[in-house]
Design a protein around this ligand. Structure first.
Ligand code: NAD
Length: 492
């Protein structure tokens, strides 16, 4: 263990923290320098040593799931089972997947040798990037901090983790939890707001892994450019859900309601809006209303008291969502379900909105709350044009029983990921690289893809046996060189 302890927050101290002993405050620069000085020890760790660290992480998290639930729910109210699944179970699954495969991921990967450089052998080695910065959002405060951290540790990096200021209880818990497992010159938590992030971004981190909004993603990329740090940007945006005329509507409604209203819609991969074939708009709307009632309650009072429906994170976001709904209704939109809210608890009922003007804010900004616009189309081309006129989404969901419609949609759109006749589940497959396209993100996370994001793939070529032709490459160039160039250019 290092002599220093995990640094205390440098901005305002977190009022929710119950710690009695205040750790000594060290500056971010000093913390960074210590991690950099310590990294040579971390970079040479074997697969067995890294698996041992991940095993400790895994066992501690498994034992402290109740603490996670308590900390996260102290930040904003969410269903207990949902928190346990999203904040602990998903991280535990990722830890086990990583432990199972790390030996193979770390092994140098042989690649074949073209005839033109006969006599050499080549391989790719994943080496750690170095000292890394992880910036995470509030919506799944533990999961979205820990998933990249698992990849960072697996790949042999040091890491400073800066969670969101909107979830201070979760951040303080993560600081205590990680301080029990790692020395701060290997893994440290920096609590605080954007000013702390700004200070950290001035330091020459080797890699920055950011999860958050596209607007802040641009700030991160600009800051990274200063040091030419590599970045992974896991961003958000408006994820469309197409429901065509062939879809099983009850099944689609069940899955859309789950995907949309989990964590009160505050999920980056939540369906942002539904694009439905006009011929099935009414039955789909009825199925969605029925499913909302079955899931959370069949009258407004029961729904507001449901233990299975969460709250909006804070008053600012509650007001923002109210404004989105009011703006749509003011423009002629119709509330098809929900709309009720309560300011003091940041409650907003699961809300369906129809007949929305195309210029409405609801169809422009990422919603990130329990409001689902329903837009109808007459031809699949119209739906595709609607999607392609907007930024590339993080996910595009398709509900259809027509293989040709599915292929047309996949072929003519671009997105970070797609689920067909499902929502959210692609996130649970660690073998699927997770990330966005264009405005919804840069780079990939989860499983091997996450490991590679935190690795530099180093290309190594080795001379295995002599090749007499190579000498023609060296000056002074003679006819042999020209012969060799002709051979390369025309035949090899
Ligand atoms: P955010 O971009 O406001 O904040 C994310 C992090 O960046 C926080 O730690 C915050 O302190 C920091 N930050 C904020 N402003 C900053 C600045 N000017 N300079 C440096 N750092 C700054 O995002 P949020 O509101 O916490 O999260 C919601 C967004 O995140 C949504 O757009 C959502 O879609 C997206 N998201 C994406 C994923 C994904 O995996 N792709 C997951 C969750 C959330």
């Amino acid at each position: 263990m290092s002599a220093i302890t995990n640094p205390a927050p440098q901005t305002e101290r977190n009022p929710a923290s119950t710690e009695r002993s205040v750790p000594p405050v060290i500056g971010w620069r000093e913390l960074f320098d210590r991690q950099r000085a310590h990294h040579p020890t971390v970079r040479v760790t074997t697969a067995a040593q890294r698996i041992e660290k991940l095993r400790h992480f895994h066992d501690a998290l498994l034992a402290r799931r109740a603490e996670v639930i308590e900390a996260v729910r102290a930040d904003f109210l969410r269903p207990i089972a949902e928190v346990d699944l999203a904040e602990s179970a998903i991280v535990l699954l990722e830890l086990r997947h990583t432990m199972r495969h790390l030996r193979r991921w770390m092994r140098p990967r042989r690649v074949s040798t073209p005839l033109s450089i006969m006599g050499t052998s080549s391989e790719v080695r994943a080496e750690p990037r170095g000292v890394t910065l992880i910036l995470s959002p509030w919506n799944y405060p533990v999961q979205l901090a820990f998933l990249p951290l698992v990849s960072a540790i697996a790949a042999g990096n040091c890491a400073v983790l800066k969670p969101s200021e909107f979830t201070p209880n979760s951040s303080a818990w993560m600081r205590r939890f990680l301080a029990d497992l790692f020395p701060p010159d290997e893994i440290a938590v920096a609590e605080g707001d954007a000013t702390v992030a700004t200070e950290l971004l001035k330091l020459p981190f080797d890699h920055i892994f950011f999860t958050g909004s596209p607007a802040v993603g641009k700030v991160i990329m600009r800051a990274a450019a200063e040091h030419l740090a590599s970045v992974t940007l896991e961003l958000g945006g408006k994820s469309p859900t197409i429901v065509d005329e062939t879809a099983n509507l009850d099944e689609a409604a069940t899955k859309i309601v789950w995907g949309k209203f989990t964590n009160a819609g505050q999920t980056c991969i939540a369906p942002d809006y539904v694009l439905v074939d006009e011929r099935v708009r009414e039955p789909l709307t009825a199925a969605l209303r029925k499913r909302i009632a079955e899931s959370f309650g069949d009258d407004p009072a029961r729904l507001a008291a449901s233990p299975d429906f969460g709250r909006v994170v804070n008053a600012r976001h509650h007001q923002r969502l109210r404004k989105l709904v009011d703006d749509a209704v003011g423009g002629g939109a119709i509330l098809l379900a929900g709309g009720e809210g309560e300011g003091s608890s940041n409650y907003l009922a699961p809300t369906l909105v129809g007949n929305i003007g195309r210029e409405s804010l609801l169809l422009r900004d990422e919603i990130f709350g329990p409001v689902l616009p329903i837009v109808s189309y007459h031809t699949i081309e119209e739906a595709l044009a609607f999607i392609n006129a907007r930024e590339k989404p993080l996910v595009l969901y398709i509900f259809s029983r027509s293989a040709s419609n599915v292929e047309t949609i996949l072929h003519q759109t671009s997105a970070g990921g797609t689920c067909i006749n499902e929502t959210l589940l692609h996130y649970f497959n660690a073998n699927l690289p997770f990330g966005g396209a264009g405005n919804s993100g840069v780079g990939r996370a989860h499983g091997h893809a996450g490991f590679l994001s935190f690795s530099n793939e180093r290309s190594v070529l080795r001379r295995a046996f002599p090749n007499p032709l190579v000498r023609f490459l060296y000056p002074p160039f003679g006819r042999g060189m020209q012969w060799l160039v002709n051979l390369l250019a025309k035949y090899l």
